[in-house]
Design a protein around this ligand. Sequence first.
Ligand code: M6R
Length: 619
Amino acid sequence: MCGIVGYVGPRASEKALDVVMEGLGRLEYRGYDSAGVALVAPDGVETRKRAGKLANLRAAIEEADLPETATAIGHTRWATHGGPTDQNAHPHRGGRDGKLALVHNGIIENFHSLKGRLESEGVQFTSETDTEVVAHLLSAAFERSGDLTTAMRETVADLHGAFTLLAVHSDQPDVVVGARRNSPLVVGLGEGENFLGSDVAAFIGHTRHALELGQDQIVTITPDTYEVVNFDGTPSDGKAYEVTWDAAAAEKSGYDTFMEKEINDQPHAVADTLLGRTDAEGNLTLDELHIDVEELRAVTKIVIVACGTAAYAGMVAKYAIEHWTRIPVEVELAHEFRYRDPVIDERTLVVSISQSGETMDTLMAVRHAKELGARTVSICNTHGSTIPRESDAVLYTHAGPEIAVASTKAFLAQITASYILGLYLASLRGTSYGRDAAEVMAELQGIPAQIETVLAGMDRVKEIAYYMADSRSVLFLGRHVGYPVAMEGALKLKELAYIHAEGFAAGELKHGPIALIEPGQPVFVIVPSPGSEHGLHDKVVSNIQEIRARGARTLVIAEEGDEDVVPFADEVIRVPHTSPLLAPLLTVVPLQVFALHLSTAKGLDVDQPRNLAKSVTVE
Ligand code: M6R
């Protein structure tokens, strides 16, 4: 939540504003309640900020006669403290001289008491934000030391909560200082210029050399140098790495929206996540493993923690991992896990799933699990982000940057990675499925082409979305791995089209939800393969008949050649045949496409739905 960018370039570059605006454009998916910039010159700091999307700030900048500077910071906001107004937009100024400007991502939990103290000292506030408190504290600290890094160290010692802060001061015009605790910040290393950003997208148009920061660290950048210290003042090196994707990956590449592009990227997301997963002996491997394999063999329980779409990927993972490893698997929303009293010990493996690697609820769940003695594995799409850094083992998904707020390709990559994890654990434990891992991996290799086939047949789904644009409620039914797919289909529709939508386990229908069915009620049904165990296919076909008999409009997702559904379906959407456990990689695709086009048909902003932000970095 909130995107922040900082830049220092050569004195003569005069392009700081352009670099920061370009970075904000790439980070807008992190928050779009307001946007602002601060430009730093020896004679002062100039700020511009506007409520609403970045376009409003762009218009304000075009009208203004702003100074040309080589140093700037910028911010896109997802509002927490104080509404989305010009006054509450960042940057915030500190001190009576206004020489300091600050942007912030996160929440300062003790801001109220700090604000009271400052007010009693005569400080006047111009916003309702927690951030302005920090700006004044930092300004006062700067007056004492005359150095922004020292002032930042002094200030963060007073703060509770989660924060990334970037500050500039006109007395040090070619310096930007950043600080992070429980909130993301990456350094971009250029030649004669350096960058800071909430994620690498902020500077990917300029450099792919990045530096990971640790927890509780401060970084100071100038055009030619960077310096990292811990909050206690001890020096640190940071961890340098190369970003593996380029600016083109973070652009729409001819599609109207990022979401449409990302849906079409899914064959690559799955294929790339499958790449390079075996060692020279043909054994499956993880990307980073700091757990003794004997400990992994001794695991008695797996708990998957995640939020939103990632949690639905976790639900799919449960079916596969239990089946292949015979280890009991629980799936829990990360925010619930932490606040109850979970039964966890050193033989529990806690698997977190997160696209961003920064979701605060998931991060806190991982930390809680570690405190309770569990071993932790992270499935994550963002290299070097906090959750994988703090986990004992990591399996990276290779979906590339996901910019649309609604998650699509990350979901498929997360499911793919969790299959790999399940097969890896099964091989370690020597279950029969472990020995068959190569066969499952071979079938997975064929999935990208099957996703292409599904995508090629989406014209009718698009038409259905357009004629259903006035729907007030849509239900989704699934069974076994189709159940989490139903939940994901409903989530996509809620967040993109603002339509009431619910996903149910088809077996639950007669225990209550069938009362919702009235004539014309649209219901998507995800039908298991006719080859599924336990006759699940026939049971779901019976469910379709039950709701149709009560007037539901049935939109059925079924395998090619499954003719049993035809008499009871108003629409049949076909997917190729797969093993039942792998089917979610195909059956979810029409639901994503449906939500995308229904949102478009309603004239809504597909990539930036209301009230949301891409990565939820506050609790
Ligand atoms: O970055 P994460 O995968 O941890 O994010 C988890 C959820 O916030 C995310 O999946 C959210 O539900 C998406 N907006 C769903 O489309």
